[in-house]
Design a protein around this ligand. Structure first.
Ligand code: NAD
Length: 319
């Protein structure tokens, strides 16, 4: 079995190859795979949730175990951590165990880029980011790698996150970074807005959203978490990674559904957009909710495994 560390994954995965793999995966997944809804175990004692995300795709199966730990920030540890196990569906052999934290960051950043590619107005010049942690930073990098972004408006409630965000992006990019004093400042200036927080309440006021904005909501993954105000949800055309996950898990969608502010029939899966296209009016507000989908993990894990085997990367162990 091959073992892949974060550094190994960094050397074989980039936003371009993950984006391409995800696009093909979303086109084929209903024919080629099985993706049961994930199982969550919550610990009130440790303020953490563990998600078990199994799937099969083509001739592989796999499972990600990812933990989301609220107390980690104060300990200087990552909020999102995990491991991924990839197996052969043909003979059951375990093929690869890899770092599930980096896998999650890169595939989540790439899925937000995929949504922006299909849903945002052409040639976006400004990007807003609320929640400049691990995933927010990588989602920003992913957008910089694809669009000609001239200015980033960033807001995080902690200075430490803002500092690491600006340090990391400054080394890679000449794009201007405006450090905002509040979330609404990032919202009102952005062609594309990304929210990637751990917040339990909406992180901006919907009246600040200008017409034509595309919003990627990455953060909330359970009903008690809500980053996006209902005022935006009722104005936007809504897209999700999967209808099953998005309408049963994150507060961003579940709360307005339960309040009768939106209906399920008006929510579209991103795979439909990739297959059939989507023509937006310049003034449309579009919203993509990424709650996390096991397809994104198995596609990215298989890409990492194949590339690593080709290039002799990673550590082989007998199992
Ligand atoms: N959509 C997906 O597939 C997916 C996958 C993994 C994780 N996530 C979610 O993404 C979110 C971010 O994860 P991460 O690993 O980057 O965590 P992180 O702790 O590295 O980053 C979160 C950032 O949000 C900031 N924040 C929290 N509340 C805020 C507020 N009200 N306003 C502004 N900033 C605020 C924090 O200060 C922190 O810097 C989490 O909610 C996580 O569950 C989503």
């Amino acid at each position: 079995m091959l073992i892949l560390s974060e550094n190994d994954l960094r050397s074989v995965l980039n936003y371009k190859n993950v984006l391409k793999a995800l696009e093909s995966g979303f086109v084929a997944y209903k024919r080629k795979g099985k993706f049961p809804l994930r199982t969550a175990i919550e610990s009130e004692e440790y303020k953490s949730t563990v998600l078990f995300m199994p799937s099969s795709f083509s001739d592989k199966s796999g499972v990600k175990i990812v933990s989301l730990c609220e107390n980690n920030f104060s300990k200087g540890l990552p909020y999102t951590r995990g491991a991924y196990l990839l197996l052969s569906l043909v003979d059951g052999s375990p093929l690869c165990m890899m770092d599930g934290s980096y896998l999650t960051y890169v595939r989540t950043a790439a899925i937000s880029l995929l949504a922006s590619k299909y849903l945002a107005n052409k040639n976006p010049k400004t990007l807003g980011i609320i929640g400049a942690g691990k995933i927010g930073t990588m989602a920003t990098e992913a957008h910089l790698s694809y669009f000609g972004i001239e200015k980033i408006y960033a807001f995080d409630k902690f200075d430490s996150s803002m500092n690491s965000f600006t340090k990391r992006l400054n080394t890679n990019s000449s794009t201007d970074i405006v450090m905002c004093k509040e979330g609404n400042e990032a919202v009102s200036n952005s062609d594309i807005l990304i929210t990637a927080t751990t917040s339990y309440k909406p992180v901006f006021n919907s009246r600040f959203i200008k017409e034509g904005t595309h919003v990627n909501g990455i953060g909330s993954y359970k009903k008690s978490m809500q980053e996006i105000p209902e005022g935006l949800i009722v104005r936007a055309k809504i897209f999700v990674d999967t209808l099953e996950g998005a309408t049963s898990e994150p507060g961003d969608i579940v709360i307005p559904l339960e309040e009768g502010l939106i209906i399920k029939d008006n929510i579209c899966e991103i795979s439909e957009v990739i297959l059939k296209g989507f023509t937006r009016n310049q003034s449309d507000i579009t919203f993509f909710k990424s709650v996390g989908f096991s397809l994104e993990d198995i596609i990215t894990a298989e890409l990492a495994y194949n590339e690593s085997k080709k290039r002799g990367i990673g550590l082989e162990v007998d199992f």
